[in-house]
Each structure stands twice: as structure tokens, then as C-alpha cells.
Design a protein around this ligand. Structure first.
Ligand code: SF4
Length: 771
């Protein structure tokens, strides 16, 4: 048994249970004949509920990408928008407290408009009912509640909870941010989070491991953001699907901990399960700077005595990509997809070729992706250089700090003043413009004119920031965004070009300089933004949900499977990219996250109809046109179950479980697509839907809306209890009566078949608890 220094209960809740993990890992090592493991495998497999039951092969290659693992995550984090449905689902299980430490973060529901004090006040008024609900759940079940203004979930997790070797789940797709501190942190839907919250083993198909070898060292204008914008260009939004990205190589030790977090954060954009880094000196320094020296002591023992926090010598990756940091150029990714990657030296020319707007309309820095001390000091350095030369920003400039701690530190060190005195607007410590909560006054939401913005955010799907489908969001580093606000011109390359000053002289930026960590340590900030420390569950607290509320609605369990083959009509065929933003739009809809019926009016409103080219249009069997959700509500009422047919990577983007809950609520039974994004496919299974992929992609063209689509052999498949996937026949009957059979694939495990039978994963867990 491994020996670690003793710690208090409070610190223990923030320290991975290294001794237990090492015990588990030794069992895995025995089964796999001591084969060298990657770091990702070590962390993941050490969190297995029962290695002897889970690891059924001694060969690692027979595990990766093939076996389902039953895991015990160490903690759960939830953001306000997704926490509502997670907690509504948790409540239906009847448990008195959560099985693992958990936290709630109020960040997504806060609007960005005029600056912190006004925006926060109005957002708290607008969302009071929801914040009160979340706070009362926190009290009742012993979950730490971080209120509005405290910061963005991933920044707070990095500052407080992430640790080398930790395994956690978060109800947000950028949860992998915590991998910057050597954790395995996975973005999931609420139903998955409920597994961890109820102590039910959480199931994951063992990911393959993609090694990214970093060599050289960043310098000048290049930043950690460029590692991931470059990688997104190489791998595309689907390239990381089914993989954990593990960074290695001598370049790793040259990065800051927060830089590694930026890289892991945006690993979500390549579809990766998560990303992680081996334990470094930078991790230790960050843990110490954020008041967690004792966690670092434990991590030191775990690594120095047991070699737990780095890959084993000779560990094999399924794929390796190499990036030389010394040669890395700043990249600009977009518009509308995070993998359209252009080096800054080619951006001007490409923008002309592609007819992108030449005038940039705003610059935004910060967010969970890029609001570290390093990012902000480098950005502020550029602002100072420009200010000294007498330059003023030519376009609006917004700064979103990731947490109260980072904001207070920036304020103490004069950076807030640097930004605000030079035209910057410092928004609340919240998501704001990153998630459609940008109440933008200069350009209307419905403007048909394209406009472009430069942001240091991570995601750039249409309408994501200001609700305007014609806003082109170009993702880049905070340094690039900051330099661009002084030119406002797509042709400007701050590395090589100058800006003409009023006195006729030319001004050229020097490469930005910053500091990884504040020399005077982090500032705590205002106490009102910190959670209560006593997490004893208070069972007498009433969690109020008014039946009249349009924001919150208690859940009715979905009906169990009736034991018959499924017979559905094809409601529509979706064309092209269909992200969770298309399936369950955010922005104004975020308001209804806790009210399943109301939010379902947004279902697939962003989807394009393959047969007509229209967005948000579907046709009833008699040819009457409806919006997509209207037709779904009608068919639900008519008791006509339906299927939606779609193309590749269906459901990419956020871990938004409403994208699965709403279709299920509206009577959807099958999603038949060319391929799924991982989280969304799991979410569909958890809600009792049947997600299928075409065995032969060309069959997509043979199906039309209105066709009858039936399963053939589902009863058999369920009786066999699933086998981690398999084939299923699908019979298509045309309105003429002609019919044919195609083949589809499913990836359901034994447990997922049980979810399907019970009507949802929550029903299944509830049944187990009652049994
Ligand atoms: Fe918030 Fe944007 Fe980060 Fe999501 S990606 S947590 S919306 S700041």
C-alpha cells in the first residue's frame, strides 16, 4: 500500500485518492502483464470500479477503442444552464446527498453588455428563480454553490479542484480544461453526471490515445492557443473523436500550467474525449500559487515514488502528431468552424479570396479558454505599447475574466485599469459573449450583412456569440485579438505590419511579454463571490419548483420500451453540419434549460432540410409546412413516433443534453446518421433513444421524409443484451408501398440496452435503487 502524508478532510476532498488509485493500477498492471501504459490509461484505468471485472484482455490494444470501462470519477462540476436538468434528474432518484464532491457554477446565464456591475445585477434579477433553485439544491444535497459573478466553471475548477491524476466529469463540453493540470476531465450530459452523483459506475468506451509530441519552445507572438488552433486545423472537428489527446515531448516543460489548460480546453473542438498533460514543475507552481501546496506534495509522492503521473517508458500511442513550438506561427481559425485554420501570415490574402469582411467589428478576450494571468499580462503589454504611442482601439474591445480570483489579481496589479483606460470594457466573471449572452447594440441580431469579430474564445458556430448568424467569429490568441483592435483591418499582420499614427509616424508592436504567475501571488477578491465552506447536506431544505414557472419544470419519467420493434416516420432529413447548437440552440433559449417542454420549442431550429434547403422547415405527411419543433409537437400529439436522418458528426459541439432530451420528449425514437459526435450519441442512449449509423453511407440518399422506417431484429438484439455494438436491419417503406432493407450499426453496451428498455438511464438507476 502506497504511503502519503496525512491531510485534513477538507484537503482530502480536493486531492485525488492516490493511494487507492495506485492500488487499482497495480491490479491493472498485473492483468496487462506490466505493459507500459500511457498517462491517460493510468489515470483512467486506476479509476475502474473493478479492474478484474473490467479489463478482460491482457493486451492494451484489445482494450483501447473496444472495451467499455466502468469508472468511479472523483468529482463532478456543473454549470448553471446544464445543472438545472442534472439536478432535476438527480432529484428523481430520491438520494439525500451526492456520492462524490460536486460543485455548481453560475456563469452561462449572465449577459455581457455594459460591464460587470450593471450586467450582473440585471442577470441576477432575470435568473433569480434558477439561481435560487440551484442554491437550494446545493444546500440540500451538499454541493458547493458558486454564485453569479464568481467565475466560469472551468477556471474555478482549475484554480480549486483540478489536480494531477484526478478524474472528473463536468456537465460542459470544455471540462477537459482541467487536463491542463494533469487531470482526466470529461464533458458529459446531465444523465452521465447523475451516474457519478449517485455512485453508479460511469461507463465509457476505452478511448484510443493520440500522442501529441511537442518539441522546441514558444517565443514572440506564438502562444499556447496556437498549439490547439494548429492541431484543430490538422485533425479537423472529427479527428479527435474516440481519442484522449496526451501531450508529451520536451516542449511540454516549457509551457505554463494555464497554457496547458488552454490547449486542453479547446481539445473539445477536435472531438476528443479529453486531453491531458504529464505532471510538470509548472503544475506544482500553479498548485502552490493557488493555495494547494499539500496537493502538490501528494502529487510529488505519487510521481516520484510510484511514477504515476507520467507515461511509462515505452508507452505506445495509437497515433502521433508532432508540433515544433519553435516554428509555430499564430493561427486564426474560422469562420463558423473551429478547424478552418489559417496562419496569420496568410490570413489577409485568404480573407480576400474567401470574401470575408475586411473590417473587423469587435475584439473579445478572456473566457474560460484564455483568461489566465499569462494571457492577460501579454494582452495588457500590447495595450500599454499602443497607448504609449497614442493609439486608441478602432473597434469595441471586451475583456472577460474567468474568475473573481483572476479579476481581483488583475485589478491589484493594474491590468484592469490598463484595459479600461484604453477603451476596454471588463465584463462580469462569466461566459457572457461566448455563449450568445452578448447583448450587442452596434449590430442587430437579424442583420443580413456579414460582420467579423476576433475572439480568444474556443467555439465559433453560427450565432454563438451575439445571436446573429452572419457574425463570423475568428478564433485566435488573446495577443492577436488585442493587436487587431488597433487596426480593425483583416489585412493587418501585427508581426510584420505597422499602423500609421496621427503624427504620420509608423507604429509597430513589439512581441508581447507577460508573466506566467503573479509575483505577489493571487488575490482572493470579494468574499461575496465565494461559496459557503460547510457542505453538510441539509435534508430539510425545500427545493421549490412552482407549477406556474416557465423556467423550471419537474420531470416526468419517459415511458419504458414496449417490447416491440420500433415503427416510425422520417420527420426530416438534415443536411450537412448539425451541431448541438443547431439541435438545441443556446442564447435566449438558455433561459428554459430547466423546463423541458418550453425549451423543446427550439429543437433543431438551426437544422437545414436536405430536401428543400430551408432552415427550420419540415413537412407533414400531407405536405403542410411547419417549423421543425411545431411538427414534432404535432406528431407527439398524434402519437406518431419519428426518426430524424442526418449526416456526419451529428451532435458535435457542446455536451448539451437537451439536444437528446427534447427529441425524446417530443416523441423521437431513432436518430439514423452517417456518424455521431461521442457525447451526443451517449446522451441519446441515456434518454432511451436508439442512435444508429448507416452501415453504408450511400443509404442516406435512399431515404426521404415521410418514409416509414422500422427496425427488424430489435427484439432479438435487446434479448441478447447488447455486445458493445452490432448491426440492425432497418426496413424502409416508401409512400408508394415499395420497401427495402438497409443495414445500420449501433454501439450499445449491455447497460445501455438496459437504459433503452427502462426508457432512460435515470429510470434504470431509479429501478435499481428501488429493487
Ligand atoms: Fe462559458 Fe464559453 Fe467557456 Fe463554455 S466555452 S464555459 S460558454 S466561457
Amino acid at each position: 500500500h502506497a504511503q502519503f502524508p496525512s491531510i485534513t478532510k477538507e484537503v482530502a476532498s480536493r486531492t485525488p485518492p492516490y493511494a487507492k488509485l495506485l492500488d487499482n493500477l497495480s491490479k491493472v498492471k498485473k492483468i496487462t502483464n506490466n505493459s507500459p501504459l500511457t498517462l491517460a490509461e493510468k489515470i483512467l484505468y486506476s479509476h475502474l470500479c473493478d479492474p478484474e471485472e473490467s479489463i478482460i484482455s491482457s493486451k492494451l490494444e484489445d482494450i483501447r477503442g473496444l472495451q467499455y470501462l466502468k469508472l468511479n470519477p472523483d468529482r463532478v462540476a456543473m454549470q448553471d444552464a446544464s445543472a438545472q436538468m442534472t439536478l432535476l434528474q438527480f432529484m428523481t432518484t430520491g438520494l439525500a446527498q451526492t456520492a462524490v464532491p460536486a460543485s455548481i457554477h453560475c456563469d452561462h446565464l449572465i449577459v455581457g453588455k455594459e460591464g460587470e456591475s450593471k450586467d450582473l445585477k440585471s442577470s441576477i434579477t432575470t435568473n433569480k428563480e434558477v439561481f435560487d433553485f440551484l442554491q437550494s439544491c446545493g444546500k440540500k444535497y451538499g454541493i458547493q454553490f458558486w454564485g453569479p459573478g464568481s467565475g466560469i466553471i472551468h477556471q474555478i475548477v482549475l484554480e480549486n479542484f483540478s489536480a494531477p491524476g484526478l478524474m472528473m466529469l463536468g456537465t460542459d463540453s470544455h471540462t477537459p480544461n482541467a487536463g491542463g493540470l494533469g487531470a482526466i476531465a470529461i464533458g458529459v450530459g446531465g444523465a452521465d453526471a447523475v451516474d457519478a452523483l449517485t455512485g453508479t459506475p460511469w461507463e465509457l468506451k476505452a478511448p484510443k490515445i493520440l500522442g501529441v509530441k511537442l518539441t522546441g519552445q514558444l517565443s514572440g507572438w506564438s502562444s499556447p492557443k496556437d498549439v490547439i488552433t494548429k492541431l484543430a486545423g490538422i485533425l479537423t472537428v472529427r479527428g479527435g473523436t474516440g481519442y484522449i489527446v496526451e501531450y508529451f515531448g520536451e516542449g511540454v516543460s516549457t509551457l505554463s500550467c494555464t497554457g496547458m489548460a488552454t490547449i486542453c480546453n479547446m481539445g473539445a473542438e477536435i472531438g476528443a474525449t479529453t486531453s491531458t498533460f504529464p505532471y510538470q514543475e509548472a503544475h506544482k507552481l500553479y498548485l502552490q500559487a493557488t493555495g494547494r501546496g499539500s496537493v502538490a506534495e501528494h502529487a510529488d509522492v505519487a510521481q516520484n515514488q510510484y511514477g504515476f503521473l507520467k507515461p511509462d517508458e515505452g508507452a505506445q500511442y495509437d497515433k502521433v502528431i508532432e508540433i515544433n513550438l519553435s516554428e509555430l506561427e499564430p493561427h486564426v481559425n474560422g469562420p463558423f468552424t473551429p478547424d478552418l485554420s489559417t496562419p496569420i501570415s496568410e490570413f489577409g490574402q485568404r480573407s480576400l479570396q474567401e470574401d470575408w469582411p475586411q473590417k473587423i467589428s469587435a475584439g473579445l478576450i478572456g473566457s474560460c479558454t484564455n483568461s489566465s494571468y499569462q494571457d492577460m499580462t501579454r494582452a495588457a503589454d500590447l495595450v500599454t505599447q499602443a497607448s504609449k504611442a497614442g493609439l486608441k482601439p478602432r473597434i469595441p474591445f471586451f475583456v472577460t475574466p474567468g474568475s473573481e480570483q483572476i479579476r481581483a489579481t488583475l485589478e491589484r496589479d493594474g491590468l484592469v485599469k490598463t484595459f479600461t483606460e484604453n477603451g476596454g470594457i471588463v465584463l462580469a466573471n462569466a461566459c457572457g459573449p461566448c455563449i450568445g449572452q452578448w447583448d450587442r447594440e452596434d449590430i442587430s441580431k437579424s442583420s443580413s450583412q456579414t460582420n467579423s469579430i476576433f475572439t480568444s474564445f474556443n467555439r465559433n458556430f453560427r450565432a454563438r456569440n451575439d445571436g446573429n448568424r452572419n457574425t463570423m467569429n475568428f478564433l485566435t490568441s488573446p495577443e492577436m485579438v488585442t493587436a487587431m483592435i488597433y487596426s480593425g483591418d483583416a489585412q493587418f499582420n501585427p508581426i510584420t505590419d505597422s499602423i500609421k499614427l496621427e503624427n504620420g509616424k509608423e507604429f509597430k508592436f513589439n512581441p508581447p511579454k507577460g508573466q506566467d504567475l503573479p509575483s505577489r501571488g493571487f488575490e482572493h477578491g470579494r468574499n461575496k463571490f465565494y461559496p459557503e465552506q460547510d457542505l453538510t447536506p441539509q435534508k430539510d431544505v425545500q427545493v421549490e419548483v412552482s407549477p406556474e414557472s416557465d423556467r423550471l419544470q419537474l420531470l416526468e419519467p419517459f415511458k419504458p420500451w414496449n417490447g416491440q420493434e420500433l415503427k416510425t416516420n422520417v420527420l426530416m432529413k438534415v443536411e450537412g453540419k448539425c451541431t448541438t447548437d443547431h439541435i438545441s440552440a443556446a442564447g435566449a433559449w438558455l433561459k428554459y434549460k430547466g423546463h423541458l417542454e418550453n425549451i423543446s420549442y427550439n429543437t433543431l431550429i438551426g437544422a437545414q432540410n436536405k430536401e428543400t434547403g430551408e432552415v427550420n422547415k419540415a413537412y407533414d405527411l400531407d405536405g403542410t409546412a411547419f417549423t421543425i419543433p411545431e411538427l414534432m409537437f404535432k406528431w407527439k400529439q398524434d402519437q406518431r413516433p419519428w426518426t430524424v436522418v442526418a449526416e456526419h458528426n451529428y451532435g458535435e459541439g457542446s455536451a448539451r443534453e437537451h439536444a437528446a432530451l427534447s427529441p425524446r420528449f417530443l416523441g423521437g425514437q431513432i436518430l439514423l446518421v452517417k456518424s455521431f459526435a461521442r457525447i451526443h450519441e451517449t446522451n441519446l442512449k441515456k434518454q432511451g433513444m436508439l442512435p444508429l449509423t448507416f452501415a453504408n453511407e450511400a443509404d442516406y440518399d435512399k431515404i426521404a421524409s415521410g418514409d416509414v422506417l422500422e427496425t427488424v431484429g430489435l427484439i432479438d438484439l435487446v434479448a441478447k443484451g447488447g455486445n458493445n455494438g452490432g448491426e440492425l436491419d432497418i426496413k424502409i417503406t416508401k409512400p408508394s408501398g415499395d420497401s427495402f432493407v438497409i443495414k445500420a450499426n449501433h454501439t450499445m453496451s449491455k447497460d445501455q440496452i438496459e437504459f433503452f428498455k427502462a426508457g432512460s438511464a435515470i429510470n434504470y438507476i431509479g429501478n435499481l435503487r428501488r429493487a
